[in-house]
Design a protein around this ligand. Sequence first.
Ligand code: ADP
Ligand code: MG
Length: 367
Amino acid sequence: MAEVILRDLAKTYPGGTSRATDEVSLEIGDGEFMVLLGPSGCGKTTLLRMIAGLELPDAGQIVIGDRDVTYAEPRRRNLSMVFQSYAVFPNKRVRDNIGFGLRMHGVDPDEIARKVAWAADLLQLTPYLDRYPAKLSGGQRQRVAVARAIVMDADVLLMDEPLSNLDALLRLSFRAELKKLVEQLGTTTVYVTHDQVEALSLGDRVAVMRDGKIVQCGSPTDVYDEPATEFVGGFLGSPPMNFLTGVVADTDDGPRLDLGGQSLPVPAELAEHAGQSLKLGVRPEAVDVIGVGGSGEVPADVLSGELQVLEPLGSSTLLTTEICGQTVKVSAPPTFRAEPGGVLVLRLPDEACRWYDPETSLLLEVR
Ligand SMILES: Nc1ncnc2c1ncn2[C@@H]1O[C@H](COP(=O)(O)OP(=O)(O)O)[C@@H](O)[C@H]1O
Ligand SMILES: [Mg+2]
């Protein structure tokens, strides 16, 4: 096992117009499960392939354990990798697929048999050891690829979207198994995905990437609750974080965010932004629905808007409303009943509100 340290890794592909990774720095602890999360093309695979030694950076440094491996050959890095495509040998039985790397390393046959049996047991492949991959389901083939990676006793396990070729149900069950497996092994793992649910469910920490850069790295709770930028708030969560833009007005009741007809209190710490616009971010499930229907007086700390769409989703009901021309989605209990066209009265609890500078998109500190 080992820690992995990336320092200022930059990479532009020949003929590429922009940097695939742009001065990426990240420290992954010994035994940590780190997820690289971001939209397609943001540089996740490039970063993983540089750690693996399959691509060389233009600048920067990669340290695994106490060794600088920036320019070391892949086989000198003691890591194993699981790719998105199953990459199993069709002409080899499961047993020989799993033991392939060990045989290449000249490991003793008894030792290979012992390790293959161990990995097959962990990945529920024991009944299939003598089958050929063609006789396996997609999920089983991907298990073979994972088994082949874990028998190597590598310092670091690298996985590039290993679940993305599986159907939804299989992905869900294999995700939980993978989490259990990696916890048991305790191997330092770097896992790439564009699926935010997968990232939150698996990672000890999640590094959110955009345009070749890491925009935020933290525990799943941190990146979800305190998105460092609007992009992170919008990329995580389904539906994503709501954003409401307004202008800070200095009133007798303290600073308020004027949305144009309605307003909300702004934390006293942000009073200095009077006259400027600010963006409020709030998660759909953090908004309280405090009433529906009437056209009576609305209290000072709430907003109201016409209920436009009501979507029962089983475990919750998603409400879409418009407040001063800005769409807000709210997650209500599954028992929530109302007719579209009615007025929704919503409270945005102080502690659930995040504040962003609309120019930089950065989270503003509020203590
Ligand atoms: N072999 C390559 N040659 C040229 N450009 C590449 C190559 N691989 C990736 N890219 C470009 O580098 C950027 C990052 O790609 P990639 O690391 O594959 O992103 P991700 O895995 O997040 O989808 C993209 O703009 C992509 O088009
Ligand atoms: Mg990729």
